[in-house]
Write a new protein. Structure first.
Length: 80
């Protein structure tokens, strides 16, 4: 049985890597944008909102947004 997905659900070109303040793992958590978010141009802004004002606000020690392997944006908290 083959499961078809909508074309907008494919992995996009942006990646958010997060290290939380209580992080104990060697690797960070990774979230990927979708192709639909990339087309609309909201991927980078969505990730920035998650780190600065949204779900992860106040919990992040370091975060970086990458576009096809190139760093686009970096944020770090010095009050750990």
């Amino acid at each position: 049985m083959t499961v078809r997905t909508k074309s907008n659900n494919r992995r996009g070109r942006f990646k958010l890597v997060i290290f939380f303040k209580q992080h104990r793992l060697a690797r960070g958590f990774t979230l990927y944008s979708t192709a639909g978010q990339d087309v609309r141009g909201v991927s980078s802004d969505r990730f920035k909102h998650l780190v600065l004002q949204g779900k992860f606000a106040g919990k992040v020690k370091w975060a970086g947004i990458y576009e096809v392997g190139r760093e686009v944006w970096r944020w770090s908290c010095f009050n750990v």
